[in-house]
Design a protein around this ligand. Sequence first.
Ligand code: ADP
Ligand code: ASP
Ligand code: MG
Length: 477
Amino acid sequence: MTANLTEDSSPASGSAIRVLKFGGTSMGGGERILESARLVLAAGGSPVVVVSAMSGVTNQLEALRIGQYAPIEELERRHLEAARTILGEGPGRDGLERAIRARLHTVREGLADREGLAGKDGLEAEQGLAVDPVSDEIRSAGEDLSVLLMTAALSRLGHRARVVDARSIVRTDDRVGGAVPDDDATVELSRHRLLPLVDEGVTPVIQGFVGASADGRTTTLGRGGSDFTAAIIGAALGAPEVTIWTDVDGIYSADPGQIPAARILPELGYEEAVELAYFGARVIHPAAAKHAVGRKVALRIRNSFHPERPGTLIRIDRRGTPGVAALAFKPRVGLLTVRSRPMFMAYGFLARVFEVLTRNRVPVDLVATSHTSTSLTVDRDAPLDRVLSELDAFAEVELQTGMATVSAIGAGLLRIPGVTGEVFRALDDLPVHLISQATDTSLSFVVDEERASEVIRRLHAALIESRPPNPSPYHDP
Ligand code: ADP
Ligand code: ASP
Ligand code: MG
């Protein structure tokens, strides 16, 4: 414990804590990691670094199959190559290589354990059997390797840095693949473990996405969860701003990978940012936006490939300018329509529907109800078979897969006359399966997944490109 474990979380040095999070592309290889380490040095203040796995690595880990060890060798090659680029023949390389091999060895062992389990269960431990569900011990390996590489890069640049295992900071429940942090415990642990280092002038380097349950088991926070880790740590340490370094200039009016005419948003109101994230804009994790806002931490999204650009600031004191600012799109959506069976009273019907969904941990995004039926959207990959059979006991149920939600996000959408009309004029010949507008900040609807790109293109042209562009000096889609 240090004297800093109080309400005032500024380090003794007096310089402000800056939490910097580097995503997969910013950690994509040795050169990129060195570039990111230079950004840490340039940030000034007292940096605290959160890193994701190298791009694609979490996908590769999740796709591991029993008996197929070649992808692990490929992961080893990629990380060893990054280690060589970062350290050259310099000191510490042997140790770094050993640590990389050791972590991947535990992944191999994890797979072998699964193989054993499959055998014990009387299943054939066949080649190619999916590791289902892949354990968080395996899923977290990418971030475990990234902290080693980032710490090596910072040291190579002459900066004092040390790995602080996220398992000793981020306390969670024990849900596999989508654990929920315990806020109070995490605040306490973060301050306790990180502030003494910061006070000594050492930069902590922490795995994003990873945590541990109270009994010490590794957990992960859900895909894209490194942003969440950065927001949690930023809030715990009282950092005024957290920087999310990624591969685009900031938050755009639509995914710039999909809509080349998308416009950068220099600032975004916090409610818009949260809605945008929840409705599918991958650039920021929904829980990160919500957590940061709730704890009064501003988030800045910046491009590590173009650090001279200012990025997007999600301010905690701003609710956005009236009008549609951005569009988001969520694929792989199921549209569930439930009707009360005639012998059941309407009273309590919705409560029962939601009880089934909650018990099966199936989150609902959009809901629309009429006197006779209720439609709601769920993640198509959720455990829907169970939900369907449980609902069937008291309701007529229909599930349509192949859907997507499209959302227009902005401020004052309920107050501005004509927004809804403009949206539906742009889509007048396309089937819309559900419409939902619960807040002033978002208007969402369900369309056929195969038409979603077209819907976004049309809406972007009608609602955003038709307006004068933001006065942004650095827009470069
Ligand atoms: P990281 O690995 O750095 O966390 P992600 O891939 O998770 O990066 O998020 C960045 C990506 O988010 C961008 O490359 C972009 O394609 C996508 N994206 C989706 N919607 C938006 C949006 N509205 N603005 C910016 N990027 C977006
Ligand atoms: N590596 C994790 C993922 O790919 C976490 C993250 O990148 O934020 O989902
Ligand atoms: Mg991300």
